[in-house]
Design a protein around this ligand. Structure first.
Ligand SMILES: CC(C)(COP(=O)(O)OP(=O)(O)OC[C@H]1O[C@@H](n2cnc3c(N)ncnc32)[C@H](O)[C@@H]1OP(=O)(O)O)[C@@H](O)C(=O)NCCC(=O)NCCS
Length: 191
C-alpha cells in the first residue's frame, strides 16, 4: 500500500540553507553574530571591513540559513588559508611549537560560524559548516575557537576537528583560543 504523493515538505527547521551573498548581507550577518557571539557597535564596524576584505580573497565562500520570511538566522564563511593572512601569522608560531605548522598549507579556514540564539540546537550550525567544507578544494580545514567547553568547541570536536595548539592569544582578544584542524570531509553524525 503506497502513500499518496506528497509535495515537498518544509524543512523541519523552517530554514533554507544555501549559498549566501555575504557582501550584500554583511549587516544582517553581523547582526546575527552580535546576538550569538556578542559584539559591540565598534566591533561590528571593524568586523564589517574585515569580512568585506576576506570576501575579496580568491576561493572565499559563504553559506546562509534563511527563514521562510527571508530573515538570515545563521551563516558560515571561510577561505583557503594563506600564510600571509593576518590570522595565519598569529597562529603560525603556536602551531610550529606543537609541530603542526604544516596544517597552514592546503587548508580551508573557517573564519566565522554563527547561528541566531533563537534557532540554535536544531542542526543548523552542523549543516552550515559541513556543507561549506564539503565544497572546499583543500583536503583539510583549520579554525580557531575560544578555548573553553562551548557549544562551538563541542560541535567542532564532534565533526572531527582536534586541538592543534592551545592556548593561543590574539592581540585583540581577551580570551585564549584553541586552533583546531580536521581532515575533510568532516565526520557525519552517527546513525
Ligand atoms: C556554535 C554554534 C554555531 C552551533 O550552532 P547550532 O545550530 O546551535 O549547532 P547544532 O544544532 O548544529 O549542533 C551541533 C552539535 O554542536 C554541539 N552543541 C550545540 N549546542 C550545544 C550546547 N548548547 N552545548 C553542548 N553542545 C552543543 C552538539 O554536539 C551538537 O550535536 P547534537 O545536536 O548531536 O547534540 C552556535 O552555538 C553559535 O552560534 N554559538 C555562538 C557563536 C559561536 O560561538 N560561534 C563560533 C565561534 S568560534
Amino acid at each position: 500500500m503506497s502513500h499518496p504523493a506528497e509535495g515537498p515538505s518544509p524543512d523541519p527547521r523552517g530554514v533554507v540553507i544555501g549559498p549566501l551573498d555575504l557582501a550584500a548581507r554583511v549587516d544582517d550577518a553581523l547582526a546575527v553574530q552580535a546576538l550569538a557571539f556578542g559584539l559591540t557597535d565598534d566591533e561590528i564596524g571593524v568586523r564589517r571591513h574585515i569580512v568585506l576584505r576576506h570576501l575579496a580573497t580568491p576561493g572565499a565562500r559563504a553559506l546562509g540559513a534563511t527563514s521562510e520570511t527571508g530573515r538570515l538566522v545563521g551563516f558560515v564563511y571561510g577561505l583557503p588559508n594563506h600564510r600571509a593572512h593576518w590570522w595565519s601569522t598569529v597562529v603560525a608560531p603556536y602551531l610550529r611549537a606543537e609541530g603542526h605548522e604544516g596544517w597552514l598549507d592546503d587548508s580551508f579556514v573557517i573564519t566565522e560560524l554563527h547561528v541566531h540564539p533563537g534557532h540554535q540546537k536544531r542542526g543548523i550550525g552542523r549543516t552550515l559548516i559541513t556543507e561549506l567544507t564539503d565544497g572546499a578544494a583543500q583536503p583539510r580545514s583549520i579554525l580557531s575557537a575560544i578555548d573553553a567547553a562551548t557549544p562551538a568547541h563541542g560541535l567542532y570536536r564532534e565533526l572531527g576537528y582536534r586541538d592543534l595548539a592551545r592556548p593561543v592569544h590574539f592581540p585583540s582578544a581577551q580570551s585564549p583560543y584553541v586552533v583546531m584542524g580536521a581532515h575533510l570531509p568532516l565526520r557525519r553524525r552517527r546513525a
